[in-house]
Write a protein that binds this ligand. Sequence first.
Ligand SMILES: *Cc1c(COP(=O)(O)O)cnc(C)c1O
Length: 224
Amino acid sequence: MISENLLEVRQEIQNSCALVSRNPEEVNLVVVTKSVGTQEMTALYQLGERNFAENRVDVLLEKQEALKAFPGIQWHFIGHLQRRKVKKVIHTIDYFHALESLKLAEEIQKRATKVLSCFVEVNVSGEESKQGVSPAELLSFIQALQPFDKIKVVGLMTMAPFEADEVEQLAIFNQLRSLQEMINDLAYDYAPCTDLSMGMSNDFSAAIQAGATYVRVGSALFKE
Ligand SMILES: *Cc1c(COP(=O)(O)O)cnc(C)c1O
């Protein structure tokens, strides 16, 4: 049941915060809806959830249309965004979680009519299959974004390897937090970098312990 799953996830968010004396209100639950339809989304909306994430442009647009009578939803785009699809989606989302190339930044700059809140995706684990800038390139990447006045770097995003144990998850997420603090300390206007998008169904507890402010959870909410 969705409502029971949601209670469990909210409880685990609370417990993870308690472990490290964090205020649970700092942690935003982003519901990843790529495996479900609008019925499940409506159920979660009615249970109070307002942050929804998709990784396909066409599906996102369809769901936005279907849910347009529901006020107050924050829409997130996660996952790889093809440059040719930028113009279709940037004016309909509140957060973009996968900024990982200057070419993509250029396209956003060209198409945007307002500032887009972006997370820079960092490949902390170094897995070849993963998108993202390397930790070593992060500072120069962020500095190269300075001329793009349509991009605001609100934070960093990463994914831990699926098979990582909790010790490895914590190491990866703590590394992302160090990088976030390093950028935040520079106090660039265009890159406040106050947030951390990290943690999925199998590792959001570790992510919260390491400082996540946005956890992206799908399967834990929709399991049978
Ligand atoms: C699918 C996905 C998630 C959610 O994963 P679950 O394991 O279903 O919680 C989070 N982030 C990204 C980028 C995803 O693609």
